[in-house]
Design a protein around this ligand. Sequence first.
Ligand SMILES: Cc1ncc(COP(=O)(O)O)c(C=O)c1O
Length: 478
Amino acid sequence: MSKLTDQIKALQEVSSELEPSEKRRQEYLTQVGQYAGEFISQLDEKVTFSNEKATPDAMALKPHKQSLSDLLDLYDREVAAKGIKPASGGHLGYIPGGGIYTSAIADYLVDVTNEYVGINYSCPAGVAIEHELLDWMMDIFGYPRSSVGNLASGGSIANLIALTAARDKHGIKNEKIRNSVIYLSPQVHHCINKALKIIGLEDVQIRYVELDSFHRIDTSDLEGKIKIDKKEGLHPFLIIASAGTTDTGAIDPMDRIADLAEEHNLWLHIDAAYGGYFVLVDSVKEKFKGIERSDSLVVDPHKGLFLPYGLGAVLVKDKEAVYHSHVYRANYMQDAVAEESPVHPADVSPELTKHFRSLRMWLPLQLHGIEPFKACLEEKLLLTRYFREGLLKLGFKLGPEPDLSVSYFWYPAEDENTFNRALLKSIHEDGRVFLSSTVIDGKFVIRMAILAFRTKLETIDKALNMVETHLKDLLSKH
Ligand SMILES: Cc1ncc(COP(=O)(O)O)c(C=O)c1O
């Protein structure tokens, strides 16, 4: 045998470790399945937040092989037991979602089959699944089917894609940048500010529009600002509104904003990353009026459809505007992209190779149907009301009636900010339920964001009970 084949065989012996036997695969699956089962069934008994620090040494890569059971123990001790637990129903901070189990099943399948869904030719059915989901979203938001869309890794990248399209549609580059104007709410998510910097629009004129008492964009202020800017020879080109702000859950008056965008020929982008799927709930559907008139929108299945982290969607009406920055053809891909239809996901995104993330949304929708998702969303709206009513009875002051399921509260003590900060600290030390905080008009407030699919009536009762205990404790010390 040649030296070369000997060498190859020797390497093969070592590398074959990467393909475990069927028996070993089953053992792995059983162990992970058991761990996942126990993790889920114990979620309610465990804390949602622990501020215990990680032990970085424990996570160090070892020079020798580890067993899966040891690694699962380590995972449980270090990853699952520390920090904020997004899978828990007690996660009422930031924007939770929970992470439904059937998405995890889809991810397993995706990783084993490792389909390539950046271009149509490589996995036509996988790309068709992405298009099916995008078409469904176009329908629920009243977008024409001629729009394009993309399943990105989250809301930040989805917003980046939409804002790039707005920039390219209006040709905002070179000397035009400094004279161009963007209008947005001070409550807009900070990923918008990041995206504008990333796409070279750091030096545009940003106008923060005034808000009404519900934290929604004040459209007369918006109109006034656009008119002044035009009069001064500036170039207004983009309005960014939100359908569900992160801090206060407010839905901006999109229909009126769309009137202004049309009248002044501005691109209207809606960030509905958090709130968008509430459009499925009849009782609040009307609040989304006007969203269908926007030029682009973002909605996150890993928030409002309770998927595990890793899926945000963007829809854009003007395909050419998106193609301008995203379509590239490399020689080595000449066979792969010969067919231009249906749209290649890689032509609507900075990603070429991408995770086959559509399956984690498609499989649950097929397995469960849409009704449980709608019920879960409506349930969250009612739980928000229930939580607020309970807090009111405990003597808390509440932020304005929220449009959706994010709200805030504070206790009207002397030295309010210090008192409420101390209250939240005790709540965090307790950890059974996790709440976050924000600053509204200079005031420190405690914030609730009710969106995790595992948040139930019992969770809110637990939260109220916990808040009451810590409130009483704190009051007794004052
Ligand atoms: C309204 C809104 N937009 C955008 C984002 C950013 O999304 P992601 O964290 O998925 O990148 C968030 C995250 O909470 C959000 O609430």
